[in-house]
Write a protein that binds this ligand. Structure first.
Ligand code: SF4
Length: 245
């Protein structure tokens, strides 16, 4: 059974849904998208659970946030905050950063992992900011993505967090929780982002990113999600189809 077929049948009638859900789950190991009312209920619950959700990375300017987000790939926010606390004491602007050599920067960021590539990206992005954007971090997703090491996720984070733009950055937590819940289905971050943008009112896009990150970190862990204590379990396709022990 393909996904399109599944959605078509799913939309045909309430009584067919449990059967279709089982067939879809069995054939793909995945689960159905939520009904619209369930999506609204899930978003309302997430908003209640995490009213103060905010970025965990420390920064005081768009440039610092950009550097921190580049460093956060495959690294914990806690580790990045330790590294940037030292780095930003002297190198918190693109002007200052480009005075470092690749090797010098690598020494600062070594513990974040992938340090050669990250140092290269930070220096290259800093030079671009100076040469192409008059020393200011660009404030659109498209322009941000022209910088070295800046993909859609990083651009969305900087755009939404530093500039207050409406965007949903899909990191590993957002990707996992959205798919499990059935809030947005997709096999790539871009597909999940597009589905989330359709499911969530634009005014909540940025907040929803933080809600899903918090839920992924605190409850819906990658290994062993805490479904028994999760207040979204009555809405969640993963929980509904999880094999009973
Ligand atoms: S019920 Fe389980 S899988 Fe679903 S959102 Fe909660 S923790 Fe994640």
């Amino acid at each position: 059974m393909c996904y399109t077929e599944c959605v078509k049948y799913y939309n045909e009638g309430e009584e067919k849904r449990p059967e279709i859900a089982r067939l879809w789950a069995r054939s793909t190991g995945s689960y159905l998208v939520m009904k619209r009312t369930d999506k609204q209920a899930a978003l309302a619950e997430l908003a209640t659970l995490y009213p103060d959700a905010k970025p965990a990375l420390h920064y005081s300017t768009p440039y610092e946030l950009l550097v921190a987000v580049i460093l956060s790939a495959q690294c914990t926010d806690e580790r990045v905050n330790i590294v940037t606390a030292k780095l930003f004491e002297r190198y918190s602007t693109p002007q200052a950063m480009v005075t470092l050599t690749q090797k010098q920067l690598e020494k600062y960021i070594f513990s974040c992992g992938f340090y050669r590539m990250k140092a290269e990206h930070i220096l290259s992005a800093s030079r671009d900011i100076l040469e192409k954007f008059d020393g200011e971090v660009p404030n659109t997703v498209e322009m941000l993505m022209t910088l070295a090491g800046v993909g859609k996720k990083t651009a969305n984070v900087v755009y939404s967090v530093a500039f207050g733009g409406a965007a949903i950055a899909v990191d590993t937590h957002v990707f996992r929780v959205s798919n499990r819940l059935g809030l947005a289905k997709g096999t790539t971050p871009l597909a999940v982002e597009e589905a989330l943008c359709k499911a969530i009112p634009k005014k909540d896009w940025s907040k929803a990113h933080h809600w899903l990150v918090y839920h992924g970190r605190r409850v819906c862990h990658s290994q062993r999600p805490a479904c028994e204590s999760c207040t979204l379990k009555h809405l969640c396709d993963f929980a509904k189809h999880k094999p009973k022990k």
